[in-house]
Write a protein that binds this ligand. Sequence first.
Ligand code: URA
Ligand code: SF4
Length: 242
Amino acid sequence: MMSVMDRDSILGALAQQLESDRFLGVREVPFVLPAAPTIAAPEGSSDAAGALARLDDGQVKSCRKCALCEARTNTVFGSGSATARLAFVGEAPGFHEDQQGVPFVGKAGDLLTKMIVAMRLSRDDVYICNVLKCRPPNNRDPGADEVAACSEYLFEQLSIVQPEVIVALGAPAARTLLQTSTSIGRLRGKFHDFFVSGSSTRGNATPLMPTYHPAYLLRSPEEKSKAWADLQMVMKRLGLGG
Ligand code: URA
Ligand code: SF4
């Protein structure tokens, strides 16, 4: 007779397969999936949520360090768990993010949510933020001066959350965090050492996986399987199978 453990692990594996299929473009999933396990660390000893709120309310919301402050509707600080074991870093707010003040809520955000769910996690389990906190006009690429002005907040956020693993979505995030000009195609597929201090000589390294940005995957769905391979390496590193 099949034990409960066997049944649960089979159902878990099946759910995993269906969610990764869904991210990779399979449209019909014929039944409701069992709930995914949570990996958010329990809120407790650290007051990470308070420290993030102080950084956001005290500095970012009123920031005028670069010209992007002029046209913004809202700053977009970050969302998810302040004690998450996994953090995603994107590029900059787009139209919908600027309107709502929340990262990754437009089309690219929907795909990011699918990627997270394919990992059997939810957006509440992870931390999500961007290199820039204000929207560049017409979603143009971030300028070097804007990244220099804003990345101080990003480094501070990551040093508060202290995720075990970071996923950099797209070239601007990967290049900013790793201080390199290498292409995303060459960076992805392996872990790199990220130093929260921003220095390569101090502090403990956090494994960082660069992968394709979901907006790029919407334009080039044939690259999704590479992104999924990257995310499976992240799952393995977090002890989530994959
Ligand atoms: N693209 C990003 O890089 N970040 C967002 O928050 C939305 C779209
Ligand atoms: Fe400040 Fe960053 Fe917004 Fe520029 S993009 S105004 S540095 S919060």
